[in-house]
Design a binder for this molecule. Structure first.
Ligand SMILES: [Zn+2]
Length: 189
């Protein structure tokens, strides 16, 4: 995408949090998010986003992020039904609630880069602010329609479409293949 890499990273984290922490359906099956006591491990993996660093987060903060995830889901759902106004209002509310503020930081030998901190300086608060800001950057850009909800049957997981032509419709190749197989069977019948 055209955003800076940190914005991309928080958008990917927003997708990960929504998909792991909100109930619904995933790839053809009912989905229940991890219960109290089992959330922190799942959340730590998402926040780490492949950096291999191991983010230390407690159950209480993971629980806060589950609430954030439910609010973030509303943004994806609104965009996917073409209601960008509602998506924008939801993001504005989240930016206010999380007290998101930009902050230049330099650590671990990286160049100066933009972080999005929230009120209170907690990890959950910072990530909530970061996710809200990431979605705000997407909604405020030409790529505002790139947030989506999977269109496969019995799946409501979300995605961000980073393809060049913006034609993504599924959360995963698993769902893409399910739909392809069903269409193939329907033609054969
Ligand atoms: Zn799906």
């Amino acid at each position: 995408m055209n955003f800076n890499s940190h914005t991309d990273a928080v958008v990917v984290i927003a997708v990960g949090l929504v998909n792991a922490l909100t109930a619904g359906e995933a790839r053809g099956r009912p989905y229940e998010p991890p219960a109290d006591g089992a959330r922190a491990e799942v959340v730590a993996e998402i926040l780490d986003a492949g950096r291999g660093g191991g983010v230390a987060i407690g159950e209480a903060e993971a629980g806060e992020l589950a609430e954030t995830a439910r609010a973030l889901r509303g943004v994806f759902e609104a965009v996917s039904r073409g209601d960008v106004d509602t998506a924008a209002r939801t993001v504005n509310r989240l930016l206010a609630e999380t007290d998101a503020r930009p902050h230049l930081d330099r650590h671990d030998g990286e160049p100066w880069h933009l972080h999005f901190h929230g009120a209170g300086g907690t990890l959950a608060g910072n990530y909530a602010a970061g996710c809200a800001t990431g979605l705000a950057v997407v909604l405020g850009s030409d790529l505002h329609d790139r947030l989506g909800v999977c269109t496969a049957p019995h799946c409501d997981r979300v995605y961000v479409d980073t393809s060049r032509n913006g034609t993504r419709r599924f959360c995963s190749t698993a769902c893409q293949n399910r739909v392809k197989t069903a269409a193939f069977r329907a033609r054969g019948a």
